[in-house]
Write a protein that binds this ligand. Structure first.
Ligand SMILES: [Mg+2]
Length: 196
């Protein structure tokens, strides 16, 4: 049994920060790892934007319940589940992603934590450095074979650590690594994974 390490945002569900940005009309929240590859820099921008707009965690939580997975994402995961154990590996936060993760079928997810104080997000705690690569290394140390999928720069570290593919990656990310196989729909990726 192999393990499929799948990214969440941009791969199985929309970018959560972008959805928040649209809902609360905060353009700074539209930026993602596709725009700013440096995660800490990206998070500082997000924290500052939330503070400036006085958006509480409770307000965010209510909205998060309305975020839906990508069309076909849940069926895709279910259709490969007897061939791959599925683990979601993401640079999102438990406090933001659990509603959409539940809708996908509640697969295990490894991500980060937000720090919440007096009802507002005040910071974050990264689970570890190079978190995606280290998840794959961990599984390899237990003799598991991993296939990794994602849409952005931060997924390359796990694809390079084992094997994998891009899905829904924008052109500039595909161009940055033409050696990584790319898919633009779940059906083709499924065929590749099941070797059909
Ligand atoms: Mg992504």
């Amino acid at each position: 049994m192999k393990i499929l390490c799948s990214d969440l945002e941009g791969t199985l569900a929309p970018e959560i920060w972008q959805e928040i940005g649209k809902e609360f009309k905060v353009p700074e929240l539209d930026l993602t790892t596709r725009d700013i590859a440096d995660f800490d820099k990206l998070m500082s921008t997000r924290m500052l934007a939330l503070e400036k707009n006085k958006i509480s965690f409770e307000t965010l939580s209510e909205f998060l319940e309305s975020i839906e997975p990508f069309d076909g994402a849940k069926d895709f995961l279910n259709s490969i589940n007897s061939h791959y154990q599925i683990i979601i590996v993401s640079d999102t936060f438990y406090e933001l992603c659990m509603p959409v993760v539940k809708k996908l079928g509640n697969f295990p997810i490894f991500c980060h934590h937000l720090k919440i104080n007096n009802g507002f997000i005040v910071g974050y705690e990264k689970r570890q450095e190079a978190p995606k690569k280290n998840v794959v290394k961990g599984f390899q140390s237990m003799d598991f074979e991993c296939f990794c999928i994602g849409d952005s720069y931060n997924d390359i570290q796990m694809i390079d650590q084992s094997s994998g593919a891009f899905i829904f990656a924008p052109q500039e990310i595909r161009d940055s690594r033409t050696d990584i196989i790319n898919f633009d729909n779940y059906n083709d990726l499924r065929s590749h994974l099941l070797n059909e």
